[in-house]
Design a protein around this ligand. Structure first.
Ligand code: GDP
Length: 424
């Protein structure tokens, strides 16, 4: 059996979804182990183009079992909307190929409200949340004040529990934020409209995974967001509220004894970042606009223009280290084809000192990029399928990045489609 995690090395949106979609052909199961519907994995395949938020990207492969693990924030409303949308494009989604952990906690309607209320209170100090309720959800999970998906199977106890949570949560909504509280009627109709819809997918996925492990099945763990957004290892507080790194995959998937044989780290050929927080290599003005347009860097969930910059070797090397990446997929190389010269953020300078170490978050805002450039290739590479056929300048760029980040680049993608990939 060989298990693999596909993870982001940077700030997210590196192209993890397309890599999972490609690699799933060799796996029996795909498991999402953290995060919620707050990001989008874009997948382009024979069914069309999809922005997946909660569904694992293996959902398109017949025979692959997709699991939402206990570490995921299960938002019944978003998940059901997504299931219906993906089904409408001809993809079969049944309790056979989608299973939700009974131990995954449910993101409740007030989590989204609280996210928006808190961002509004913070005004110009806001965190740049996608307002999907993720931070309030995980705080409540750690306070043991939400419900598990498995509780949907026990309606009486569920109502009792929701009733006591409602009482507690209304205190915050009304007394702290001056907002409307929730009535039991509202909560019951939410259960009816969404909870009941996802209930057939809920089961003991830990048992499913343990059985798969004992039968030698191959499991793929799918991360959401990148290493720099990891709650413990990222650019806190501009992180997400869960652990996106590969080391968390066994815990958040429901298979705590899983051994991960391969960690594929996904790195974009340049950088992008959604939301607030320090972004050392950021480009501005016309240069940024050209790169943003070339790479279509607009959020899959929010449509927000993403901040962009050249590849950041300091941040990427750190991401490779904390992920324990064993192989890298360098995506979107084709996007750089318009440039005469490829800019690279090679080092940082902090208080006049050049450094290659990724700094402590407080110092990150003080870091300035030390730039280098490499010659561009100035031709369309999107139809190229072999390493040898790439222009020499493109190969040199990939080799330079590989040497600087200290990990083999085994995949280079040159277009969003499944087969627009070079395997080295
Ligand atoms: P994820 O969240 O890490 O899966 O990344 P996103 O889906 O948010 O962003 C990646 C975007 O880049 C998607 O729109 C993909 O279709 C697109 N994409 C992925 N690989 C390539 C590539 O090699 N070239 C181009 N031009 N687009 C790509």
């Amino acid at each position: 059996m060989s298990n693999c995690a596909i993870v982001g090395i940077n700030w997210g949106d590196e192209g993890k979804g397309r890599m999972v979609d490609l690699i799933t052909k060799d796996y029996d199961m795909v498991v999402r182990y953290q995060g919620g519907g707050n990001a989008g994995h874009t997948v382009v395949n024979e069914y069309g183009k999809f922005a997946l938020h909660l569904l694992p990207s293996g959902i398109f492969r017949p025979g692959v079992i997709n699991i939402l693990g206990n570490g995921v924030a299960v938002d019944c409303e978003s998940l059901w909307t997504e299931i219906e949308a993906v089904r409408s494009q001809g993809v079969s989604i049944t309790p056979e190929n989608l299973k939700i952990s009974d131990r995954a906690s449910l993101l409740l309607p007030w989590h989204r409200d609280l996210d928006s209320l808190e961002e509004a209170r913070l005004a110009d100090k806001k965190y740049g949340s996608t307002k999907q309720g993720i931070a309030p959800f995980y705080s409540d999970k750690f306070q043991k004040k939400t419900v598990m998906a498995g509780e949907l199977l026990y309606p009486e106890q569920l109502l009792e529990r929701l009733s006591s949570l409602r009482e507690w949560k209304n205190l915050t909504l009304q007394k702290v934020y001056g907002a409307e509280g929730y009535t039991m009627k509202q909560l019951m109709s939410w259960i009816q409209d969404f909870g009941k819809k996802i209930q057939p997918f809920v089961c003991d996925t830990g048992a499913v995974l343990r059985k798969a492990q004992s039968e030698g099945k191959a499991i793929l763990f799918e991360a959401q967001l990148g290493a720099l957004r990891d709650l413990d290892y990222g650019i806190y507080p501009y992180t997400t509220s869960s652990n996106s790194i590969a080391a968390y995959a066994p815990v958040g998937s429901g298979l705590p004894t899983a051994r991960i044989d391969e960690v594929i780290g996904v790195v974009k050929a340049y950088s992008s970042c959604v939301g607030e927080g320090p972004f050392t290599c950021e480009l501005f003005g016309e240069e940024a606009e050209k790169l943003r347009d070339a790479g279509s860097e607009y959020g899959a969930k929010t449509g927000r223009p993403r901040r962009v910059g050249p590849i950041d070797l300091v941040a990427t090397r750190y991401g490779v280290q904390v992920q324990g990446a064993t192989n890298i997929a360098l995506t979107k190389l084709d996007v750089l084809s318009y440039l005469d010269e490829i800019p690279i953020c090679a080092h940082y300078e902090i208080h006049g000192q050049q450094t290659d170490e990724f700094p402590f978050p407080t110092l990150l805002g003080e870091a300035k990029p030390v730039m280098e450039t490499m010659p561009g290739w100035k031709c369309d590479i999107s139809g190229i399928h072999s390493w040898e056929a790439l222009p020499e300048a493109a190969r040199k760029y990939v080799e330079y990045v590989e040497q600087a980040i200290g990990c083999h680049i085994g995949y280079v993608s040159v277009g969003p489609e499944r087969d627009a990939i070079i395997i080295r």
